[in-house]
Ligand binder design. Structure first.
Ligand code: GLP
Length: 242
């Protein structure tokens, strides 16, 4: 694991967007897996700006959505799908047949997981996974206590996730379960970028990268990945090495 400290959220997001662009230039059929949420928002915005200016073609890329709230339709602006449609697909020329998001309304969520696992294998694995970290140390919906050996699965959401998650929704929303790629996917991805910015993420990131590697703090798994970079701003870095 490599740790990179940036002056601020903008510098961090610029670099994350540049890494995605560099990968797609090198490998136009790259398999990209992105998280939604507040952390990658600016990366996505800069990515679309840079891609348009540099004329980057995403039509052969495969897009994998990291996770979704079970029972929340894609039209709901709090859904991960809504985020991807608005922040990524509207601007970039991904081909719709190459976009793979979990259908969180499916009556057969186990089959959704199986389908996603197969899509990843059939396309040769994930080239780049870009993730954020939840306030409880989750990645996607890999909640504290999750096995490091799981691929896609349905998770009961932790109390922190259901309360913090309200920030994405216009009105109070009942959130119970998430459908998510597993930490085994993260371990098998060719490269992982883990992003965190702002004071509120400082304590959890400090534990993830300086504490014990444990499934009680899923983000700590990043240290087991040989080609991962934790990208943080100075607010997060301020808590490190004490
Ligand atoms: C959410 C999502 C994750 C996201 C994380 C951090 O609940 N399930 O995919 O990366 O929590 O979110 P944010 O970047 O908004 O802090």
């Amino acid at each position: 694991m490599q740790l990179t400290i940036f002056k601020d959220y903008n510098a961090l997001s610029q670099q994350a967007a540049d890494e995605i662009i560099a990968l797609v230039k090198r490998k136009p059929d790259a398999v990209l897996c992105l998280a939604s949420g507040s952390t990658p928002l600016l990366t996505c915005q800069l990515l679309t700006e840079k891609a348009l200016t540099q004329n980057i073609d995403f039509s052969r890329c495969i897009f994998i959505g990291l996770d979704e709230w079970v029972g929340i339709p894609p039209e709901n602006e709090g859904s991960c799908a809504f985020f991807f449609h608005n922040q990524v697909f509207k601007q970039l020329n991904f081909s719709s047949s190459r976009i793979h998001l979990f259908n969180a309304l499916s009556e057969n969520l186990a089959r959704e997981c199986e389908t996603m696992d197969n899509v990843i294998v059939e396309n040769g694995g994930i080239d780049l996974m870009l993730v954020g970290v939840g306030m409880n140390g989750h990645i996607g919906f890999n909640e504290p206590g999750v096995s490091f050996d799981l691929y896609a699965h349905v998770a009961k959401l932790d109390e922190t996730t259901t309360s913090v998650g309200q920030k994405y929704f216009r009105e109070a929303t009942e959130l119970r379960q998430g459908i998510t790629l597993g930490l085994k996917h993260l371990l098998e991805s060719k490269k992982v970028l883990m992003l965190a910015n702002g004071n509120k993420k400082a304590a959890i990131i400090q534990r993830a990268i300086e504490g014990e590697i444990t499934n009680q703090l899923p983000a700590s798994i990043i240290r087991r990945h040989p080609n991962s970079t934790v990208m943080i701003d100075e607010d997060v870095a301020a808590m490190l090495g004490r």
